[in-house]
Design a protein around this ligand. Structure first.
Ligand SMILES: Cc1cc2nc3c(=O)[nH]c(=O)nc-3n(C[C@H](O)[C@H](O)[C@H](O)COP(=O)(O)OP(=O)(O)OC[C@H]3O[C@@H](n4cnc5c(N)ncnc54)[C@H](O)[C@@H]3O)c2cc1C
Length: 293
């Protein structure tokens, strides 16, 4: 099993990952210092043509959602995205890729029979690998990345401080249409801060309704057309539980729903439910958590 690291001045990074792979290929190029899907796909194409891998696995994150189709196109092969399970058919050698369909209401198994089999895998959908006893080989790979490979250009770089990382969060407090106001968002943000005492990474999430209202940016959106998340705890505040939202939280270990409507469908998919106005429940929850500290 080989791993690949792309970027600029990333020669130190492979030290950790080398304990999880037989070989680590490092593509270090100044043109890869900022993310660019066309340039990353071009570099990966160079590596694929050199190594001829049977399967290329990529994390299903924002960047790879853009890179993987470009790579598949360059390699003139199929791509299956957002898989939650992969296995090899022992008889045919084909790769069987399981992914949620119809907004997470069903699973389909796709078969990839031509190589390289390119797949994006949902973060945290498999158990972590055990650290190996010895480090794999680190191999610099030289591929000429050219600016002419870039078919698009970035018009604006969002500063690091504003980047939301929902897929890495251990706990998410997500607001829905019922939150309504900036003051409401402020209350949820207070809960986020309090939960940071208990979880290492806590983020503010949102349903599409709240994003459409313009109260938070799209980077907070959870669901079919937002992020697919896998936190230990997902607190859904004033979210009804539409299929497109639920498609994003099937991987959450525990779901706590707060909704004033006892018939809200989200209660059917939650581990814990509180019926009431979030304006009353959230301050009470914050108070209880503060008293525990
Ligand atoms: C192609 C497509 C893709 C989509 N992708 C996504 C997606 O990625 N993510 C997503 O979220 N949606 C997505 N949607 C939209 C989705 O269908 C729903 O419209 C949306 O999820 C509803 O958001 P909501 O639950 O916040 O709002 P609503 O359905 O309006 O629910 C609001 C809830 O708040 C409760 N409430 C109101 N006031 C309070 C209060 N004071 N205290 C407590 N509870 C209160 C209400 O009882 C209600 O249950 C998509 C739709 C389509 C067609």
């Amino acid at each position: 099993m080989c791993a690949c690291i792309l970027g600029y001045k990333v020669r130190k990074l492979p030290d950790t990952i080398s304990y999880y792979a037989d070989e680590v290929y490092v593509i270090d190029d100044v043109l890869l210092s900022e993310f660019h899907a066309d340039l990353s796909a071009s570099a990966l194409e160079g590596l694929c043509r050199e190594l001829g891998p049977r399967t290329v696995l990529m994390g299903h994150n924002y960047e790879n959602r853009e890179v993987a189709p470009k790579l598949a196109c360059k390699m003139k092969n199929d791509l299956i995205t957002d898989c939650v399970k992969i296995e090899r058919d022992s008889e045919t050698g084909c790769l069987l890729c399981t992914k949620p369909i119809y907004g997470g209401n069903a699973y389909a198994i796709f078969q990839l029979d031509t190589e390289p089999q390119i797949v994006t895998l949902r973060p945290k959908s498999t158990e972590s690998l055990e650290k190996g006893v010895s480090a794999g080989q680190i191999i610099p790979f030289w591929h000429k990345v050219s600016e002419t490979d870039a078919l698009s250009k970035s018009l604006e770089i969002v500063p690091e401080g504003h980047v939301v990382s929902l897929t890495q969060a251990d706990a998410i407090v997500a607001g829905g249409r019922g939150v309504k106001t900036a003051e409401g968002i402020g209350e949820l943000q207070k809960l986020v801060e309090v939960l940071k005492k208990y979880f290492s990474k806590v983020e503010l999430g949102a349903s599409r309704a709240l994003v459409d209202e313009g109260l938070v940016s799209h980077s907070h959106q959870v669901g079919q057309t937002g992020e697919i998340v896998n936190p230990q705890l997902y607190i859904a505040v004033a979210i009804s539980g539409a299929a497109q939202h639920m498609a994003g939280i099937a991987g959450a270990k525990k779901i706590l729903a707060i909704n004033k409507d006892p018939d809200a469908s989200i209660f059917g998919a939650s581990d814990y439910g509180v019926v009431g106005r979030y304006e009353d429940i959230i301050p009470a929850l914050i108070k209880q958590l503060m008293e525990l500290q």
